[in-house]
Design a protein around this ligand. Structure first.
Ligand code: 5GP
Length: 193
């Protein structure tokens, strides 16, 4: 079992509706030493990749993305959620349905922060149905940039996102893959990696 899986078993809480709550170390209060460990682990897993930028989505992905970006010595760009429908032409826009809030957001990145010669490592905290990652992939490809890889802290392997993204041929690495979880008993079972 790796460091993140151990921490999930210790401090994660399984909620009804297929939600894993990790707000004591990742989503609200944040354990920065853990973020740095994740940064090092993603650096190791994507060691053979050229990376010029780390891209994430606000807000929970940002802290992990910062640790990853420090390891690679590159900037972080985070996609902003915007309710506005009057978006000007200086933005790349994707529509992302939120798994936790059940609403649809425009997510935007200013064109000046992504260009065709960028090699983008996409980072997020959770992977469920894959909408957030699909939006970030779409923004990257709209810029003509290359998706170097995708790094996720916690993938819920019983939801479809991971399978869809891997079937599209992307290099997706998840530090912990939850195979099953049960809100009644609080049990979490990880996929062997
Ligand atoms: P997806 O777009 O893959 O359906 O969902 C990923 C996004 O939803 C992540 O950015 C994360 O913020 C949120 N999310 C999905 N599932 C969970 C979960 O079980 N727990 C928490 N805390 N966030 C989740």
């Amino acid at each position: 079992m790796n460091f993140l899986e151990e921490r999930i078993l210790k401090d994660g809480v399984v909620k009804p509706g297929n939600v894993l709550k990790v707000d004591s170390f990742l989503n609200h209060q944040m354990d920065i030493a853990l973020m740095d460990q994740m940064g090092e682990e993603f650096r190791r897993r994507f060691a053979d990749k050229k990376v010029t930028k780390v891209l994430t989505i606000e807000s929970s992905g940002i802290a992990i993305a910062c640790s990853v970006a420090r390891e690679f010595g590159v900037p972080v760009v985070f996609a902003k959620k915007s309710k506005s429908i009057n978006l000007d032409g200086d933005m790349y826009v994707a529509q992302v349905e939120s798994f936790t809030h059940k609403n649809v957001n425009n997510v935007i990145v200013a064109k000046k922060f992504l260009s065709a010669d960028d090699h983008v490592l996409i980072i997020d905290d959770f992977l469920a149905n894959g909408c957030a990652l699909q939006g970030l992939i779409s923004i990257t490809e709209s810029a003509g940039a290359t998706v170097a890889g995708l790094g996720i802290a916690i993938e819920k392997g019983f939801q479809i996102g991971g399978r869809v993204i891997r079937n599209l041929g992307y290099d997706l690495e998840s530090l912990a893959i939850v195979e099953s979880m049960d809100a009644d008993t609080g049990t979490v079972v990880f996929r062997e990696q």
